[in-house]
Write a protein that binds this ligand. Structure first.
Ligand SMILES: [Zn+2]
Length: 141
């Protein structure tokens, strides 16, 4: 690895250190390994503070934790305080859907991945990102 990419990477790693969950880090590492470049992490200027943003290409990626965001496959509501959790997770899930719609209305392409997709099939996640980026005439350098 050359010095430039080394420094970009350490800057990236330091920036994501505090706020990011491990599925996000795994996805970013896999994207980087696949040769994808030019995204920003945790944009604070865009609605919903997306995890990954390709600003010029108008592509946004969210990584949704299976529990907190109510994954239909993996989310198991705790048996104690069940109503509290159900309501909280339902609200999160509804907010995610509304946010995606709002961003799409602003012209963004929105990709959402479940935590379990990243854990179990990272390759198909990166392929999906790659395909969207290619279609938006992305240049790698
Ligand atoms: Zn899941």
């Amino acid at each position: 690895m050359d010095n430039v990419s080394q420094s970009i990477r350490s800057r990236t790693m330091s920036r994501i250190h505090a706020t990011n969950t491990s599925p996000e880090i795994k996805l970013r590492k896999a994207m980087w390994a696949a040769g994808i470049r030019g995204w920003r992490n945790n944009s604070s200027t865009i609605l919903g503070h997306p995890d990954i943003v390709f600003k010029r290409k108008k592509v946004i990626i969210f990584v949704d934790g299976c529990f907190w965001h109510g994954c239909p496959l993996c989310c198991r509501i705790p048996t104690s305080r069940r109503e509290y959790w159900e309501s909280k997770i339902f609200k999160n899930n509804a907010r995610d859907k509304k946010l995606s719609e709002q961003l799409e209305a602003e012209g963004w392409i929105v990709l959402r991945f479940w935590e379990h997709e990243i854990k179990k099939n990272i390759v198909s996640c990166v392929k999906a990102i790659f395909n969207v980026i290619i279609r938006s005439n992305y240049s790698f350098r």
